[in-house]
Design a binder for this molecule. Structure first.
Ligand SMILES: [Zn+2]
Ligand SMILES: [Zn+2]
Length: 404
């Protein structure tokens, strides 16, 4: 009996679940893994699932797929578009959509496991399938690790994973070294002293402090980071005050920071902190700003040697012309926590999900940016075939490369 992967994908797409609420999705994945003969543990890191396929002596490969959806109202126009709603972490009712393609990740993983089970006489070792929650919170991998994933299951020798992306279907994008940026989300509270708007001299005005801080933060990348390096400092939210004639007691800023590696991360974080504290001091604040880290995503850095092995295997399977270096992505991922905590190599790649003819037409017209919806867009639409088949094959090829 073979699993109907198209039906599985459409079912997951129609029934997306928000981060840490992936109960139905986890149950479906666990059911398939159990049917395929794996030893399955549910509820790892809240909603995570781990399946172990022990197949004799040899290396342990962890293959990870994330499964959460996003608070996005789907506008793809697909016949199987989601109309689901959910309650987000703040308690708001929101539309829910698999706008990042994690439905495809789960589908391809189940297909790859089926293939590896079918061919188990040809390899030996242990495959550990990690179905991860809450990637979009940057919290799911950490939750599974904090729940003892490395101690409760065979420890990996290598961690592999993949993400569907708006390349033509059939293409694989992979590179050794930095593949995706590190990211930190910071919540900053600037403490002033409130008072009457007519008596500014009796206050420490956090609105002016916030304005000066936002402007000075713009110089971190433009004046302090080497122009050859890539870094982003964005203040995405600023809040203070209630009324024109009241000077509030505090102001808050929410920052998103991106960098390709740990060294630049350390430098940029220190510079940002210095600017925030110095502007508070310049304003005469008597209390230091509070800087809280909302999330930390490490840089996704592919191990050189392991990635070269996987890339050679992809070239052999898909042809040289279908395996490209996609460059560094400014987006971020939490998959590398698994490899970092275990101290083992990571290989993470992208695979295309857009109909090749549609992609080629957009390239010809110079409209790729406007016509081809990216991940997180309400219009994001993955071509079912051959995306499923390529995703299954890529995972299988990479797993087989590292299994004995
Ligand atoms: Zn995403
Ligand atoms: Zn994603």
């Amino acid at each position: 009996m073979t699993i109907d992967l198209e039906a599985l994908f459409i079912d997951l797409h129609r029934n997306p679940e928000l981060s840490f609420q992936e109960v139905r999705t986890a149950g479906i994945a666990a059911g398939h893994l159990r049917d395929l003969g794996l030893e399955v543990t549910e509820g790892v890191g809240r909603t995570g699932v781990v399946g172990v396929l022990a197949n004799g002596a040899g290396p342990v490969v962890w293959a990870r797929a994330d499964m959460d959806a996003l608070p996005v109202v789907e506008e793809s126009g697909l016949p199987y578009a989601s109309t689901a709603t959910g309650i987000d972490a703040e308690g708001h009712e929101v539309g829910v959509m698999h706008a990042c393609g994690h439905d495809m990740h789960v589908t391809a993983m189940i297909g790859a496991v089926e293939e590896l089970v079918r061919t188990r006489d040809e390899w030996s070792g242990t495959l550990v399938v990690v179905i991860q929650p809450a990637e979009e919170f940057g919290a799911g991998a950490r939750a599974m690790l904090d729940d003892g994933a490395l101690d409760r299951f065979p420890r990996p020798d290598v961690v592999i994973g993949q993400h569907v992306t708006p390349f033509p279907a059939g293409m694989i994008g992979v590179r050794p070294g930095p593949q995706m940026s590190a990211s930190d989300g910071l919540h900053v509270v600037l403490h002033g002293r409130g008072g009457h708007g007519s008596r500014p001299h009796s206050t420490i005005d956090p609105v002016v402090m916030a304005a000066a801080t936002v402007m000075r933060l713009q110089t971190v990348v433009s004046r302090e980071v080497d122009p050859h390096d890539l870094a982003v400092v964005t203040v995405g939210a600023i809040h203070a005050g209630t009324k024109n004639n009241i000077i509030p007691a505090e102001a808050t800023l929410d920052l998103s920071l991106r960098y390709p590696d740990d060294a630049l991360r350390t430098k940029v974080l220190a510079k940002v902190e210095r600017v925030i504290k110095a502007e508070a001091m310049a304003s005469g604040a008597t209390e230091e700003p509070t800087i809280e880290t909302l999330h930390t995503l490490p840089a996704t850095i592919n191990d050189d040697e392991a990635t070269e092995r996987a890339t050679a295997a992809f070239r052999a399977a898909f042809g040289d012309e279908n395996v490209i270096d996609p460059g560094l992505f400014t987006g971020s991922e939490d998959v590398s926590w698994f490899a970092r905590d275990a101290g083992v190599p990571l290989v993470f790649w992208f695979w295309g999900g857009i109909a090749p003819a549609r992609y080629a037409a957009a390239v010809a017209q110079g409209t790729v940016d406007s016509e081809i919806a990216t991940n997180h867009s309400p219009f994001f639409a993955v071509e079912i075939h051959p995306t499923i088949e390529v995703g299954v094959q890529a995972l299988t090829v990479a797993a087989r490369e590292f299994l004995g």
